[in-house]
Design a protein around this ligand. Sequence first.
Ligand code: NAD
Ligand code: UDP
Length: 342
Amino acid sequence: MKILVTGGAGYIGSHLCVALAEAGFQPVVLDDFSNSRPAVIDRLAAIIGAPTPVAIGDISDAAFLDRVFAEHEFAAVMHLAGVKSVAESCRLPLLYYQNNIGGTLSLCAAMQRAGIRRLLFSSSATVYGAAARSPVREDAPLSAANPYGRSKLMIERLLADLVAAEAAHLPVWRVAALRYFNPVGAHPSGLLGEDPLGTPNNLVPYIADVALGRRPHLNVYGNTYATRDGTGIRDYIHVMDLAEGHVAALRYLLRANDGGYFVWNLGTGRGSTVLEVVAAFVRSSGRSVPCVMAPMRPGDVAESCAHVGRAQAELGWRARRDLDEMMADVWRWRSANADGMR
Ligand code: NAD
Ligand code: UDP
Protein backbone atom coordinates (compact mmCIF):
# COMPACT_ATOMS: atom_id res chain seq x y z
CA MET A 1 0.00 0.00 0.00
CA LYS A 2 1.58 3.28 -1.13
CA ILE A 3 1.57 6.27 1.24
CA LEU A 4 2.60 9.74 0.06
CA VAL A 5 4.78 11.54 2.63
CA THR A 6 5.04 15.26 1.89
CA GLY A 7 8.17 16.64 3.56
CA GLY A 8 9.40 13.03 3.60
CA ALA A 9 13.06 14.05 3.33
CA GLY A 10 12.86 16.20 6.48
CA TYR A 11 13.68 15.31 10.07
CA ILE A 12 10.37 13.73 11.06
CA GLY A 13 9.37 12.64 7.53
CA SER A 14 12.51 10.56 7.00
CA HIS A 15 11.98 8.67 10.27
CA LEU A 16 8.32 8.22 9.33
CA CYS A 17 9.38 6.60 6.04
CA VAL A 18 11.41 4.05 8.04
CA ALA A 19 8.45 3.30 10.34
CA LEU A 20 6.08 2.97 7.37
CA ALA A 21 8.42 0.54 5.60
CA GLU A 22 8.84 -1.47 8.82
CA ALA A 23 5.04 -1.70 9.06
CA GLY A 24 4.77 -3.01 5.50
CA PHE A 25 3.72 0.20 3.70
CA GLN A 26 5.52 1.69 0.68
CA PRO A 27 6.41 5.31 1.45
CA VAL A 28 6.77 7.72 -1.48
CA VAL A 29 8.62 10.93 -0.60
CA LEU A 30 7.45 14.28 -1.94
CA ASP A 31 9.87 17.08 -1.09
CA ASP A 32 11.42 20.17 -2.65
CA PHE A 33 14.58 19.82 -0.50
CA SER A 34 14.17 23.43 0.68
CA ASN A 35 15.12 22.28 4.20
CA SER A 36 16.63 18.83 3.63
CA ARG A 37 19.20 17.12 1.51
CA PRO A 38 18.94 14.53 -1.27
CA ALA A 39 21.50 12.39 0.64
CA VAL A 40 18.62 11.47 2.98
CA ILE A 41 17.20 9.26 0.26
CA ASP A 42 20.37 7.12 0.07
CA ARG A 43 20.38 6.79 3.85
CA LEU A 44 16.75 5.71 3.80
CA ALA A 45 17.61 3.04 1.22
CA ALA A 46 20.44 1.80 3.45
CA ILE A 47 18.09 1.45 6.44
CA ILE A 48 15.04 0.13 4.61
CA GLY A 49 17.01 -2.13 2.25
CA ALA A 50 15.14 -0.89 -0.82
CA PRO A 51 14.92 2.42 -2.66
CA THR A 52 12.18 4.88 -1.68
CA PRO A 53 10.53 6.59 -4.68
CA VAL A 54 10.91 10.37 -4.62
CA ALA A 55 8.92 13.16 -6.31
CA ILE A 56 10.90 16.38 -6.22
CA GLY A 57 8.73 19.50 -6.22
CA ASP A 58 6.62 21.99 -4.32
CA ILE A 59 3.21 21.18 -2.79
CA SER A 60 1.97 24.54 -4.10
CA ASP A 61 2.52 23.37 -7.71
CA ALA A 62 -0.85 21.92 -8.82
CA ALA A 63 0.41 20.44 -12.10
CA PHE A 64 3.26 18.70 -10.27
CA LEU A 65 0.84 17.22 -7.72
CA ASP A 66 -1.47 15.98 -10.49
CA ARG A 67 1.49 14.19 -12.11
CA VAL A 68 2.44 12.55 -8.79
CA PHE A 69 -1.14 11.39 -8.18
CA ALA A 70 -1.40 10.08 -11.75
CA GLU A 71 1.82 8.10 -11.41
CA HIS A 72 1.03 6.36 -8.09
CA GLU A 73 -2.09 5.02 -6.43
CA PHE A 74 -2.00 6.18 -2.80
CA ALA A 75 -4.04 4.82 0.09
CA ALA A 76 -3.38 8.00 2.09
CA VAL A 77 -1.31 11.16 2.30
CA MET A 78 0.79 12.11 5.33
CA HIS A 79 1.36 15.84 5.12
CA LEU A 80 4.50 17.07 6.88
CA ALA A 81 5.86 19.58 4.33
CA GLY A 82 6.01 23.10 5.66
CA VAL A 83 8.11 25.71 7.36
CA LYS A 84 8.44 25.49 11.12
CA SER A 85 10.40 28.25 12.87
CA VAL A 86 8.44 30.47 15.26
CA ALA A 87 11.05 33.24 15.07
CA GLU A 88 11.21 33.17 11.27
CA SER A 89 7.42 33.20 11.05
CA CYS A 90 7.37 36.53 12.91
CA ARG A 91 9.78 37.98 10.36
CA LEU A 92 8.26 36.34 7.28
CA PRO A 93 4.54 35.79 7.91
CA LEU A 94 3.65 35.69 4.21
CA LEU A 95 6.08 32.82 3.65
CA TYR A 96 4.42 30.92 6.49
CA TYR A 97 0.88 31.52 5.34
CA GLN A 98 1.74 30.82 1.69
CA ASN A 99 3.78 27.67 2.27
CA ASN A 100 1.80 26.15 5.12
CA ILE A 101 -1.78 27.22 4.42
CA GLY A 102 -1.52 27.79 0.66
CA GLY A 103 0.45 24.56 0.27
CA THR A 104 -2.14 22.56 2.25
CA LEU A 105 -5.01 24.00 0.17
CA SER A 106 -3.17 23.07 -3.01
CA LEU A 107 -2.53 19.54 -1.68
CA CYS A 108 -6.16 19.00 -0.60
CA ALA A 109 -7.44 20.23 -3.97
CA ALA A 110 -5.11 17.81 -5.80
CA MET A 111 -6.22 14.96 -3.50
CA GLN A 112 -9.83 15.85 -4.26
CA ARG A 113 -9.13 15.71 -8.01
CA ALA A 114 -7.39 12.35 -7.57
CA GLY A 115 -10.15 10.93 -5.33
CA ILE A 116 -7.89 10.41 -2.30
CA ARG A 117 -9.51 11.44 0.94
CA ARG A 118 -7.39 10.05 3.74
CA LEU A 119 -5.02 12.63 5.17
CA LEU A 120 -2.83 12.90 8.26
CA PHE A 121 -1.54 16.35 9.07
CA SER A 122 1.46 17.41 11.19
CA SER A 123 0.09 19.82 13.74
CA SER A 124 1.76 20.98 16.90
CA ALA A 125 1.19 21.46 20.62
CA THR A 126 1.69 25.15 19.85
CA VAL A 127 -2.05 25.29 18.96
CA TYR A 128 -2.84 25.06 22.69
CA GLY A 129 -1.32 28.53 23.20
CA ALA A 130 0.27 29.84 26.36
CA ALA A 131 -2.66 29.41 28.74
CA ALA A 132 -2.99 25.63 28.47
CA ARG A 133 -2.70 23.63 31.71
CA SER A 134 -0.49 20.51 31.54
CA PRO A 135 -1.18 17.72 30.85
CA VAL A 136 -3.22 19.24 28.05
CA ARG A 137 -6.11 17.30 26.51
CA GLU A 138 -7.13 17.46 22.87
CA ASP A 139 -10.37 19.29 23.71
CA ALA A 140 -8.57 22.16 25.50
CA PRO A 141 -9.20 25.66 24.08
CA LEU A 142 -6.96 26.55 21.14
CA SER A 143 -5.03 29.73 20.43
CA ALA A 144 -1.79 30.77 18.85
CA ALA A 145 0.68 33.52 19.58
CA ASN A 146 2.66 33.75 16.33
CA PRO A 147 2.22 33.24 12.55
CA TYR A 148 3.62 29.67 12.67
CA GLY A 149 1.12 28.64 15.35
CA ARG A 150 -1.70 30.45 13.57
CA SER A 151 -0.88 28.65 10.32
CA LYS A 152 -1.24 25.27 12.12
CA LEU A 153 -4.46 26.38 13.79
CA MET A 154 -5.96 27.64 10.52
CA ILE A 155 -5.02 24.42 8.72
CA GLU A 156 -6.70 22.36 11.45
CA ARG A 157 -9.84 24.45 11.04
CA LEU A 158 -9.85 24.23 7.25
CA LEU A 159 -9.43 20.44 7.43
CA ALA A 160 -12.32 20.17 9.91
CA ASP A 161 -14.45 22.32 7.55
CA LEU A 162 -13.53 20.07 4.63
CA VAL A 163 -14.67 16.98 6.53
CA ALA A 164 -17.90 18.69 7.65
CA ALA A 165 -18.73 19.94 4.15
CA GLU A 166 -18.32 16.54 2.59
CA ALA A 167 -20.03 14.60 5.34
CA ALA A 168 -23.33 14.43 3.46
CA HIS A 169 -21.73 12.89 0.35
CA LEU A 170 -19.76 9.70 -0.26
CA PRO A 171 -16.86 9.11 -0.40
CA VAL A 172 -15.98 11.37 2.51
CA TRP A 173 -12.76 12.73 3.91
CA ARG A 174 -11.14 10.97 6.85
CA VAL A 175 -8.59 13.34 8.31
CA ALA A 176 -6.35 13.33 11.38
CA ALA A 177 -4.45 16.20 12.95
CA LEU A 178 -1.50 14.93 14.99
CA ARG A 179 -0.36 17.42 17.61
CA TYR A 180 3.32 16.80 18.24
CA PHE A 181 4.92 17.78 21.52
CA ASN A 182 8.76 18.04 21.43
CA PRO A 183 10.25 15.58 18.92
CA VAL A 184 13.90 14.75 19.63
CA GLY A 185 16.21 11.79 19.07
CA ALA A 186 17.41 10.10 15.92
CA HIS A 187 17.31 6.75 14.16
CA PRO A 188 19.38 4.23 16.20
CA SER A 189 21.53 3.44 13.12
CA GLY A 190 23.07 6.93 13.38
CA LEU A 191 22.22 7.47 9.68
CA LEU A 192 19.25 9.82 10.11
CA GLY A 193 18.64 12.68 12.51
CA GLU A 194 17.86 16.36 12.87
CA ASP A 195 20.12 18.45 10.68
CA PRO A 196 19.37 22.12 11.37
CA LEU A 197 20.99 24.86 9.32
CA GLY A 198 22.81 27.60 11.26
CA THR A 199 22.35 28.20 14.98
CA PRO A 200 19.79 25.79 16.43
CA ASN A 201 16.79 27.34 18.19
CA ASN A 202 15.74 24.13 19.89
CA LEU A 203 17.21 22.78 23.08
CA VAL A 204 18.53 19.36 22.08
CA PRO A 205 20.36 20.34 18.85
CA TYR A 206 21.91 23.22 20.80
CA ILE A 207 23.09 20.88 23.59
CA ALA A 208 24.65 18.59 20.95
CA ASP A 209 26.53 21.56 19.46
CA VAL A 210 27.91 22.42 22.91
CA ALA A 211 28.96 18.79 23.48
CA LEU A 212 30.75 18.84 20.10
CA GLY A 213 32.67 21.96 21.20
CA ARG A 214 30.98 24.17 18.59
CA ARG A 215 29.44 26.50 21.14
CA PRO A 216 30.91 27.39 24.51
CA HIS A 217 27.84 26.80 26.65
CA LEU A 218 24.09 26.33 26.75
CA ASN A 219 21.99 29.34 27.71
CA VAL A 220 19.31 28.05 30.05
CA TYR A 221 16.34 30.30 29.42
CA GLY A 222 14.96 30.89 32.88
CA ASN A 223 15.51 29.11 36.22
CA THR A 224 12.75 30.73 38.25
CA TYR A 225 9.73 28.96 36.74
CA ALA A 226 7.42 27.23 39.21
CA THR A 227 8.87 23.81 38.32
CA ARG A 228 10.94 21.27 40.32
CA ASP A 229 14.30 22.90 39.45
CA GLY A 230 13.07 26.25 38.12
CA THR A 231 13.69 25.46 34.43
CA GLY A 232 11.04 24.88 31.78
CA ILE A 233 9.34 21.49 31.43
CA ARG A 234 8.57 19.93 28.04
CA ASP A 235 7.26 16.58 26.86
CA TYR A 236 10.16 15.25 24.75
CA ILE A 237 9.24 12.34 22.49
CA HIS A 238 11.63 10.11 20.55
CA VAL A 239 11.18 10.71 16.82
CA MET A 240 10.79 6.94 16.21
CA ASP A 241 7.99 6.78 18.80
CA LEU A 242 6.42 9.76 17.03
CA ALA A 243 6.80 7.98 13.68
CA GLU A 244 5.18 4.83 15.07
CA GLY A 245 2.33 6.98 16.41
CA HIS A 246 1.73 8.13 12.82
CA VAL A 247 1.57 4.54 11.63
CA ALA A 248 -1.01 3.75 14.33
CA ALA A 249 -3.06 6.80 13.25
CA LEU A 250 -2.77 5.75 9.61
CA ARG A 251 -4.13 2.29 10.45
CA TYR A 252 -7.02 3.98 12.25
CA LEU A 253 -7.85 6.05 9.16
CA LEU A 254 -7.60 3.01 6.88
CA ARG A 255 -9.81 0.87 9.12
CA ALA A 256 -13.13 2.42 8.05
CA ASN A 257 -14.69 4.33 5.18
CA ASP A 258 -16.93 6.75 7.04
CA GLY A 259 -15.74 10.30 7.22
CA GLY A 260 -14.39 12.01 10.26
CA TYR A 261 -11.96 14.51 11.70
CA PHE A 262 -9.74 13.17 14.46
CA VAL A 263 -7.19 14.85 16.71
CA TRP A 264 -4.52 13.06 18.73
CA ASN A 265 -1.72 14.36 20.93
CA LEU A 266 1.58 12.61 20.25
CA GLY A 267 3.72 12.88 23.37
CA THR A 268 4.90 10.70 26.22
CA GLY A 269 2.80 12.33 28.95
CA ARG A 270 5.99 12.81 31.00
CA GLY A 271 7.81 16.12 31.27
CA SER A 272 11.52 16.83 31.69
CA THR A 273 13.18 20.05 32.78
CA VAL A 274 16.00 21.68 30.81
CA LEU A 275 18.49 20.55 33.46
CA GLU A 276 17.18 16.97 33.35
CA VAL A 277 17.67 16.91 29.58
CA VAL A 278 21.22 18.21 29.99
CA ALA A 279 21.96 15.56 32.63
CA ALA A 280 20.62 12.78 30.38
CA PHE A 281 22.74 14.05 27.50
CA VAL A 282 25.87 14.15 29.66
CA ARG A 283 25.19 10.57 30.85
CA SER A 284 24.70 9.32 27.29
CA SER A 285 27.59 11.13 25.65
CA GLY A 286 30.20 11.29 28.38
CA ARG A 287 30.78 14.90 27.28
CA SER A 288 30.41 17.98 29.42
CA VAL A 289 27.71 20.56 28.68
CA PRO A 290 28.45 23.83 30.49
CA CYS A 291 25.29 25.79 31.31
CA VAL A 292 24.83 29.52 31.86
CA MET A 293 21.61 30.82 33.38
CA ALA A 294 19.96 33.36 31.06
CA PRO A 295 16.72 35.35 31.12
CA MET A 296 13.46 33.63 30.21
CA ARG A 297 12.84 33.46 26.47
CA PRO A 298 9.86 35.64 25.48
CA GLY A 299 6.79 33.55 24.74
CA ASP A 300 7.99 30.45 26.63
CA VAL A 301 5.67 28.70 29.08
CA ALA A 302 6.72 26.97 32.29
CA GLU A 303 5.32 23.58 31.33
CA SER A 304 3.90 21.85 28.28
CA CYS A 305 3.02 18.15 28.49
CA ALA A 306 0.56 15.98 26.61
CA HIS A 307 -2.43 14.15 27.98
CA VAL A 308 -1.95 10.87 26.14
CA GLY A 309 -5.08 8.95 27.11
CA ARG A 310 -6.95 9.47 23.83
CA ALA A 311 -4.09 8.22 21.63
CA GLN A 312 -3.58 5.22 23.90
CA ALA A 313 -7.26 4.29 23.95
CA GLU A 314 -8.08 4.91 20.29
CA LEU A 315 -4.80 4.09 18.55
CA GLY A 316 -3.45 1.45 20.92
CA TRP A 317 -0.15 3.32 20.76
CA ARG A 318 2.10 4.74 23.43
CA ALA A 319 5.63 6.14 23.39
CA ARG A 320 8.15 3.56 24.67
CA ARG A 321 11.59 5.20 24.57
CA ASP A 322 12.93 7.15 27.58
CA LEU A 323 14.99 10.33 27.76
CA ASP A 324 18.32 8.46 28.03
CA GLU A 325 17.57 6.54 24.82
CA MET A 326 16.56 9.80 23.08
CA MET A 327 19.85 11.45 24.08
CA ALA A 328 21.99 8.37 23.26
CA ASP A 329 20.49 8.29 19.74
CA VAL A 330 21.04 12.05 19.27
CA TRP A 331 24.66 11.67 20.31
CA ARG A 332 25.26 8.65 18.03
CA TRP A 333 23.86 10.64 15.10
CA ARG A 334 25.62 13.94 15.83
CA SER A 335 29.00 12.46 16.76
CA ALA A 336 29.08 10.47 13.49
CA ASN A 337 27.68 13.34 11.37
CA ALA A 338 29.01 16.52 12.95
CA ASP A 339 28.19 18.40 9.75
CA GLY A 340 24.87 16.65 9.25
CA MET A 341 24.43 15.44 5.68
CA ARG A 342 26.26 18.34 4.11
P1 NAD B 1 11.81 19.68 8.34
O1 NAD B 1 12.06 21.06 7.90
O2 NAD B 1 12.99 18.82 8.71
O3 NAD B 1 10.96 18.89 7.23
C1 NAD B 1 10.03 19.53 6.40
C2 NAD B 1 10.31 19.07 4.99
O4 NAD B 1 9.36 19.69 4.11
C3 NAD B 1 11.70 19.48 4.49
O5 NAD B 1 12.34 18.35 3.93
C4 NAD B 1 11.43 20.55 3.42
O6 NAD B 1 12.40 20.50 2.38
C5 NAD B 1 10.03 20.16 2.95
N1 NAD B 1 9.22 21.25 2.43
C6 NAD B 1 9.00 22.47 3.00
N2 NAD B 1 8.17 23.19 2.23
C7 NAD B 1 7.85 22.43 1.14
C8 NAD B 1 7.03 22.60 0.01
N3 NAD B 1 6.36 23.74 -0.19
N4 NAD B 1 6.92 21.60 -0.90
C9 NAD B 1 7.61 20.43 -0.71
N5 NAD B 1 8.40 20.20 0.35
C10 NAD B 1 8.52 21.18 1.27
O7 NAD B 1 10.77 19.74 9.57
P2 NAD B 1 10.33 18.60 10.59
O8 NAD B 1 10.90 18.93 11.92
O9 NAD B 1 10.53 17.27 10.01
O10 NAD B 1 8.77 18.94 10.69
C11 NAD B 1 7.81 18.30 9.85
C12 NAD B 1 6.44 18.85 10.15
O11 NAD B 1 6.16 18.66 11.53
C13 NAD B 1 6.28 20.34 9.89
O12 NAD B 1 5.00 20.56 9.33
C14 NAD B 1 6.38 20.96 11.27
O13 NAD B 1 5.67 22.18 11.35
C15 NAD B 1 5.73 19.88 12.11
N6 NAD B 1 6.18 19.93 13.52
C16 NAD B 1 7.51 19.81 13.80
C17 NAD B 1 7.94 19.89 15.14
C18 NAD B 1 9.41 19.79 15.49
O14 NAD B 1 9.76 20.09 16.63
N7 NAD B 1 10.28 19.35 14.59
C19 NAD B 1 6.99 20.08 16.16
C20 NAD B 1 5.63 20.17 15.83
C21 NAD B 1 5.24 20.10 14.49
N1 UDP C 1 15.78 26.18 26.00
C1 UDP C 1 16.91 26.65 26.67
N2 UDP C 1 18.01 26.99 25.92
C2 UDP C 1 18.05 26.90 24.56
C3 UDP C 1 16.89 26.42 23.90
C4 UDP C 1 15.77 26.07 24.65
O1 UDP C 1 16.92 26.75 27.89
O2 UDP C 1 19.07 27.24 23.94
C5 UDP C 1 14.60 25.77 26.79
C6 UDP C 1 13.32 26.53 26.45
O3 UDP C 1 13.22 27.70 27.25
C7 UDP C 1 12.25 25.48 26.79
C8 UDP C 1 12.92 24.15 26.46
O4 UDP C 1 14.34 24.42 26.47
O5 UDP C 1 11.98 25.48 28.19
C9 UDP C 1 12.54 23.59 25.10
O6 UDP C 1 12.75 24.58 24.11
P1 UDP C 1 12.61 24.26 22.54
O7 UDP C 1 12.89 25.52 21.78
O8 UDP C 1 13.44 23.06 22.20
O9 UDP C 1 11.08 23.81 22.39
P2 UDP C 1 9.72 24.64 22.62
O10 UDP C 1 10.00 25.86 23.39
O11 UDP C 1 9.24 24.93 21.24
O12 UDP C 1 8.82 23.72 23.36
